[in-house]
Design a protein around this ligand. Structure first.
Ligand code: DQA
Length: 142
């Protein structure tokens, strides 16, 4: 079975409401629903947490399960700070694609550094919610 897990980190539960000029007007529910319609042969699971440890627990939970093609991860601000999430990605077997809705490199300098990029298979940033589709495509094409 082809399964893909999308994980969103802190504040991404507020998509559609939060800073719409940067993150747009659509909710993550809309995004996940559209992905499920586009890829009916794939089981697309979604998990969001504002808590670093919960994201790590989720990575551990699925990270050795070969029924998953991989994880699409938007770690939000933890991208820039979390050695612990980087260590969790390095520890698991599944490939993790780092995604961002905004072009982090066109924003404040603090967002130019990612703790997780070195342990992810690649980075997709700046394509709005389409970044998640590109992340799913990447995993399906591997
Ligand atoms: C983000 C970019 C991060 O810098 C920010 O902290 C977020 C969202 C993005 O998707 O563009 O929460 O990961």
């Amino acid at each position: 079975m082809n399964k893909i897990l999308i994980i969103n980190g802190p504040n991404l539960n507020l998509l559609g409401v939060r800073e719409p000029g940067i993150y747009g007007n659509s909710s993550m529910d809309d995004c996940v629903s559209a992905l499920r319609v586009k890829y009916p042969e794939v089981v697309i699971e979604y998990f969001q947490s504002n808590h670093e440890g919960a994201i790590i627990d989720k990575l551990h939970e699925v990270g050795f399960n070969e029924s998953y093609k991989g994880v699409v991860l938007n770690a939000g601000a933890y991208t820039h700070t979390s050695l612990a999430i980087a260590d969790a990605i390095a520890a698991i077997k599944l490939p993790v694609v780092e995604v961002h809705i905004s072009n982090v490199h066109a924003r404040e300098a603090v967002r130019h550094t990612s703790m997780i990029s070195p342990v992810c298979v690649g980075v997709i940033a700046g394509f709005g919610l389409d970044s998640y589709r590109l992340g799913v495509e990447t995993l399906l094409n591997r």
